[in-house]
Design a protein around this ligand. Structure first.
Ligand SMILES: [Zn+2]
Length: 139
């Protein structure tokens, strides 16, 4: 059981194998709920997971952790849509998230979280992890 002073963190990050979010953020497994998807974007499901983490378990801190050289952000939204449609015959029904450098994507994700009435974003932080040198930069 957690000590009252211990802060539980919701981490929203990319599914990229080069990221070990707990190690990067120096968190123990019991200190975080890690929500991962392609790009670490604020999807409906990411909001659901963070909301339930806050409402059911009492997490209070949110960290958005994106990284350099992210394949999920390397093409335009139109390119992704065309790629998926060409290979599957189906146009994706999900929104294709904004691209840009990692810092811009973290800022967009933080803004998206702040705009959600389902999420308490009063303790929201963002970071960029550099996959080449292992550095972590606050946004
Ligand atoms: Zn990525």
């Amino acid at each position: 059981m957690s000590e009252p002073s211990e802060v539980l963190t919701s981490v929203l990050t990319c599914m990229d194998h080069r990221l070990a979010p707990l190690a990067i953020l120096q968190l123990e497994p019991e200190q975080a709920h890690v929500v991962r998807n392609a790009g670490g974007y604020v999807t409906e499901d990411a909001i659901r997971s963070i909301c339930l983490s806050q409402q059911l378990v009492g997490s209070s801190r949110i960290v958005v952790l994106h990284h350099t050289d992210c394949a999920a952000s390397a093409r335009s939204a139109e390119d992704y849509r065309a790629l998926v449609e060409a290979n599957t015959g189906v146009s994706p029904t999900w929104d294709v998230e904004p691209v840009g450098d990692a810092r811009e994507r973290v800022l967009a994700a933080m803004e998206h979280l702040r705009s959600s009435p389902l999420v308490d974003s009063s303790r929201l932080e963002g970071f960029v992890y550099d996959v080449d040198d292992g550095s972590l930069t606050p946004v």
